[in-house]
Structures are given as structure tokens and as C-alpha cells.
Write a protein that binds this ligand. Structure first.
Ligand code: PMV
Length: 321
């Protein structure tokens, strides 16, 4: 049974504005948090021996020692244990909930991981694990177990919870917050098709191995767009940001990571007056994003709805001071 003491950790969803896939190959990318959809973990003291994992959304209530070796929360707890240099964690109840749709390119896995790390670290007084950079690094370790070769952008943006310009590089990733001159409103529309990051990223790798010249060319194009987009965001040039999104979507189509459903939502959003639109995340399903002026928001949202979007969320990047 859980008893009195408890701690809470949360982390937001995310969208990739520019540069997905190419970011895995060291090209710049831009991502932003979606703070209104969050993963939350609550850790409570337990007077029963062992660690109990509750995920009401998944109808899961299981003891840690009963989980299989791929259980994602078990993997997070193991990372925390290793990072804290502990032989074992104390008896706990960990309850995880999330408003972030899973397998849809919104970073739900990374957000759940970051939320659990924060809650457990808070609960156990592990101050050294609480800085955003450490939460991000530990989340990355867990992402590697699930995704093979994650770029590190998901764990970074959900841990820092701010828009970032990101370059995967050694010995340290380049993680740069940047200025947003004008608020930017994005509609985030779900195709309703699941997107499996590991499979899509693996497939892009196979294609890159088969035709490195063409794929390096596509990746370089995405990197150039991300750089230009950063400048456009810093200058508040909405039409330019939108045009760059359309170009980025075309490159993602050439990488074969779009889908008829994503293309249809992108086309309909543009027809209805969005400044730009593209898929976001791994692709082949999941979500697309459309940049809209406030006065076009309703028209584009209606168009996406009619085009079959299963859910439409709005997220705004506020202007920085
Ligand atoms: O996890 P998703 O579906 O949001 O996609 C992650 C973005 C990729 O660039 C495709 C992979 C990565 O690790 O950066």
C-alpha cells in the first residue's frame, strides 16, 4: 500500500519543427515542447516490499520483479539505480499517466522516462539527478534501449522544456536555445496511424547505406533548412518559416517517410491557408504540423478535421523577450 510521502515529476510532449531523420546523421534540427500535453509520474512510499508499477492508461498494475526485460519503466528505474550508484531501490509505488498520444511522433516515450526520473530522484532526495542536463542524459540512455540510434533531440527538448536548435555531435551535442521574435502557432494533427520510430529510423538507415550519395544530399538539404529556419524564427518571418516547412516535407517525402495520410493533411492545411505544413517526428504515420496565423487557425483546423485528422492540438511558441 502507498503511504504518506510522495513526489511528482512531469515532462511535456514535443514537436520537431525542422530536421527529423537528418538530425540522426549530425545535421541541425529544431524542436519545441508541447507543454499542454504532459507525462506525469507519482512516486509514493510503500509499506509492501518491492516496487509496484501502475499505469492506469495501459491498465497495468504489476510488481517490478514480474515485468519482462523490455518493460520501459523497469528500464528507467534501472538507469536511476545505476546513476545513483545504489545496490537496490527502496520499496516504492510508481504511478505513470500521460496525455501524450503514444507512437505518434510527440515524444511520449522520452517524456514518460523524464517524468519517472524526476519523481524518483525527488522522492529519494537524489539532488545530483535533478538538473535538466542529467535528466536528459539518463533519458537518452533509456531511449537508446528502445530506438537503437536516437539523435538525442527528444530527450533534450522534453527535459529542458524550451525550443532548441540541436546538433548531434561529439564530444557534446550542440544544444542552443534561440530567440523567437513573433509568437508562432502550430496546429498538430494526428493521422491516427501509429508511427514506430525504431522501424522508420532503421529503414532510413538501410536506404542511406544503399545510396549514401542521395541520402547525404537529402540530409544536407534538411540541415540547410533548419539553419535558415532558425534565422527566420529569430526574425519573425512567418511566411519564410512556412515555405521552409513545405521544403522540408518534400525532402522527407523523398526519404520515403511520409504517407498518403500525412501528405493529404499537409496539402489540405496549405489549401486552407496555413503558412506551411510538414510531417513531424519519424513519419509514416503520427502527426503533422501546420503553421497558422491566428486569423487562419479555425479555417485550417476545420480543413484538417474534414481531411480525417483524428485529433488536433494547438501549440504556440511564445515570443522571447
Ligand atoms: O520519436 P519521434 O517519432 O518523434 O521521432 C524522432 C525523430 C527522429 O529524427 C526520426 C529520430 C531521432 O532520434 O532524432
Amino acid at each position: 500500500m502507498p503511504t504518506g510521502r510522495k513526489a511528482k515529476g512531469t515532462a511535456p510532449g514535443k514537436i520537431i519543427l525542422f530536421g527529423e531523420h537528418a538530425v540522426v546523421y549530425g545535421r541541425p534540427a529544431i524542436a519545441a515542447p508541447m507543454s499542454q500535453v504532459r507525462a506525469t509520474a507519482i512516486v509514493q512510499e510503500s509499506n509492501h516490499p518491492g516496487i509496484r508499477l501502475i499505469a492506469p492508461d495501459l491498465k497495468q498494475d504489476i510488481m517490478l520483479h514480474e515485468t519482462d526485460k523490455n518493460d520501459p519503466i523497469a528500464a528507467v528505474l534501472e538507469q536511476v539505480r545505476l546513476a545513483a550508484n545504489l545496490e537496490r531501490l527502496p520499496s516504492l509505488t510508481v504511478t505513470v499517466t500521460s496525455q501524450i498520444p503514444i507512437a505518434s511522433g510527440l515524444g511520449s516515450g522520452a517524456a514518460i522516462t523524464a517524468a519517472v526520473i524526476r519523481a524518483v530522484a525527488q522522492f529519494m532526495g537524489l539532488e545530483a539527478l535533478l538538473p535538466d542536463q542529467i535528466v536528459s542524459d539518463l533519458t537518452y540512455e533509456v531511449e537508446k534501449l528502445h530506438h537503437g540510434t536516437p539523435s538525442g533531440i527528444d530527450n533534450t527538448v522534453v527535459s529542458y522544456e524550451r525550443p532548441i536548435y540541436f546538433v548531434r555531435q561529439q564530444p557534446q551535442n550542440r544544444i542552443e536555445p534561440f530567440a523567437v521574435a513573433q509568437p508562432l502557432t502550430f496546429l498538430v494533427a494526428d493521422t491516427g496511424m501509429r508511427s514506430h520510430t525504431k522501424i522508420v529510423v532503421g529503414d532510413v538507415r538501410q536506404q542511406w547505406e544503399a545510396d549514401p550519395t542521395m541520402f547525404e544530399h537529402l540530409f544536407a538539404g534538411c540541415g540547410r533548412l533548419a539553419k535558415e529556419a532558425r534565422a527566420a524564427i529569430e526574425q519573425g518571418d512567418g511566411p519564410q518559416i512556412g515555405a521552409l516547412m513545405v521544403e522540408n516535407h518534400a525532402l522527407l517525402q523523398q526519404m520515403t517517410v511520409s504517407s498518403p495520410e500525412l501528405d493529404y493533411l499537409v496539402d489540405e492545411a496549405l489549401q486552407a491557408g496555413a503558412l506551411g505544413a510538414k510531417l513531424s517526428g519519424a513519419g509514416r504515420g503520427g502527426n503533422m504540423i501546420a503553421l497558422v496565423l491566428p486569423e487562419m487557425k479555425t479555417a485550417v483546423s476545420n480543413a484538417l478535421h474534414h481531411a480525417g485528422a483524428k485529433s488536433i492540438l494547438t501549440t504556440t511558441l511564445p515570443a522571447t523577450q
